[in-house]
Design a protein around this ligand. Sequence first.
Ligand code: BG6
Length: 488
Amino acid sequence: MEPMSFVLFGATGDLAKRKIYPALFNLYVDDKLPGSFSIVGVGRRAWSGQEFVCSVEQSIREFSRRDAIDQAQLERFLAAFSYAAVDVTKAEAYTPLLERVKQREDECKLPQNRMFYLSVAPEYFEVIAANIQTSGLGSVAGWKRLIIEKPFGRDLQSAEDLNEKLAKAFSEEEIYRIDHYLGKAMVQNLEALEFANPVFAALWNNRHIANVQITASETVGVEERAGFYEQAGALRDMLQNHMLQMLMMVAMHIPKRITAQDIRAQKRKVMEAVRPLALEEVAKNIVRAQYRAGSMGEVPVAGYREEPGVSPTSMTETYIAARVWIDDPFWSGVPFYIRTGKRMKEKSTRIVIEFKNPLEQLYREQQEKTAPNLLIIHVNPQEGIALQLNSKNPANSGKIEPVTVDFSSGQKDVPEAYERLLFDALRGDSTYFAHWNEVRLSWKWVEPILTAFERNIVPLVSYEAGTYGPDAAKQLLQAEGFSWWLDE
Ligand code: BG6
């Protein structure tokens, strides 16, 4: 890996503390950072370099997955850090920043490879990218790259505007749009599961798959983020990005080669084949819901409209479920159901693939039909793969019953999403970052849903906090004779 400078905008922020510093440190410990590097933190606060380094150290101690931290190693790592207090909206503030970056490059004898990371509120994305360009920070002898956090726009138009502005300073190949779901081990594993297993590759189509269910349920409510969430809702916060990315990863077809370019081309094809929703069809295919008061286990919790900072008449959805059709020869006729919500019964991100069961009536002497085979991919918080098969139960008069073959890696101390993503970006591998085409096509698909919500064409139903969501989401599947798996 080539030596480089890592310039982090938003260096005093929450994400930097919880995820980015611990991830960088873990990469360092695993020998996955270049031999020499400099990290320049950029923040608004008038901190001294010492104060900054102390806060980085604290965050590593608090959030690193390492049980034990070697003090000498940590100190060597921290020696790479320096801080620049910058008002990022002011062009003139970038001159001293550039000097600082260059000074560190000279001191550490680094070539001009610069990684810029925007871990800031979205209203600063454009101005920072423009100032990187005009200040000369982006004029490098080596490579430059930009890592950018979500949200990438709040609708198609704003995403296009943002992309156009970024494109003035960075080419598409230089932009790494983070979707942290793409950093999750089991989401990355989807590709291998299908492509490295001929058994599954042969079954990955509409001849054998009855439906696909993608769930991301959370137990947390809106937390302290009402200001953001009221404007976003589950559609913008989760569905447009994380859920559709998982859908693309499940549905993509085998590429010629396992390269970023080919994999992203396959994902794009999926998104292009997703059947667009006409405005009048939104209500039939989308469930929009908000949690009301309920209890999480034994603990009573407030409804969304009673949460601090939320309007008592809020129409923001905290839950969304969708039926998606992919109109290509592989998937036509297979519904993909996706759902995500806050204040649900359990924290679980999982993908369930239900196989067709043409022989379900074969065992006529049994009262019930045999259960379908299921492939279950547990993404989070457990990671694992389970396969539901049928087997005779000798202890129950040889009755055919479902059994589950379970594989859970159970490995501890594996890299976290941010480590994997940062490592890839530093190596210049963009496979697990959202390409502009994917972002654009996702917003395009979501657009009529946004409109339908704004115009209230889709009713906002409620669900009790601590449950699996509204009944309307069950009915969505009943239309095709299916039901959600693993809701207990
Ligand atoms: C974020 C959303 O992108 O993902 C949050 O903004 C959500 O609202 C989070 O809680 C969920 O991520 P994870 O990794 O906990 O499933």
